[in-house]
Design a binder for this molecule. Structure first.
Ligand code: GTB
Length: 216
């Protein structure tokens, strides 16, 4: 059955791979599932056809036969459950990998997203620098725990899993900010994720959307 996901027609990140379709593409590449992509304008996100798939009018979505899903975490979890390669077979190890998926989305991503949002929306406010310091301290509180737990290991809990896929996806937003670089083991962890052939294929596919726009 054909899998179709949705992505931005014009991603504001200009092909940096920061929009949340990237993690879904990466998961599909890891498990070797081909997929189609429907590109959407910002306007069409809020039109009835897309709202029927996604109640909040966002990307990504996932369609496969009569199944339609939204929320990148739920989509990655679905892919990981249906195909080998992203979740361990051992029940306890699987539960721990799922815990890391939740940690990435529920504990680590929110402060990172708050900082990204403030940089866009609050940049001109007189209190911006002060707020940025608070937001960055919130991030440090989370990533320092993550750094200690990862230690010298390659991945968070044994073999690479959907937990690592989501954690690396979330941390990528900090690359170049100086914050990730404060934790050399996390920088190396992110680089290991980016070096995976499946990541590269996913990255190139989303970059091709931007390149086609700028050359077309
Ligand atoms: N919790 C949802 C999920 O994980 O799927 C959140 C989905 C979401 O935030 N989607 C965003 C969207 O559709 C795109 S990814 N926004 C349009 C809208 O809400 O109208 C967030 C995002 C956007 C842009 C960049 N960027 O340019 O760097 C990075 C991330």
């Amino acid at each position: 059955m054909t899998i179709t996901i949705t992505a931005f027609e014009r991603s504001p990140d200009r092909g940096k791979g920061l929009a949340r379709d990237m993690r879904v593409r990466w998961a599909l590449e890891e498990v070797g599932q081909p997929y189609d992509v429907r590109l959407l304008s910002f306007k069409s996100l809020k039109e009835p056809a897309h709202l029927a798939l996604h109640p909040f009018g966002q990307i990504p979505t996932y369609e496969e036969g009569d199944l339609a899903l939204f929320e990148s975490g739920a989509i990655v979890f679905h892919i990981a459950e249906r195909h080998a390669g992203l979740l361990p077979d051992d029940a306890n190890a699987r539960a721990r990998a799922i815990a890391w998926m939740f940690a990435a989305l529920n504990t680590v991503e929110p402060p990172i997203f708050d900082r990204a949002l403030a940089r866009i929306l609050e940049h001109d406010e007189p209190w911006y620098e002060q707020r940025l310091r608070v937001l960055e301290e919130n991030i440090r509180m989370r990533v320092s725990g993550l750094s200690s737990r990862l230690g010298n290991a390659d991945w968070l809990d044994g073999a690479f899993s959907a937990g690592d896929l989501l954690m690396v996806s979330v941390l990528l937003r900090l690359k170049g900010s100086g914050l990730l670089e404060e934790y050399p083991n996390l920088s190396a962890y992110v680089a290991r994720g980016e070096a995976r052939p499946a990541y590269k294929r996913a990255f190139d596919a989303q970059l091709a959307v931007f390149t086609a726009l700028s050359t077309g």
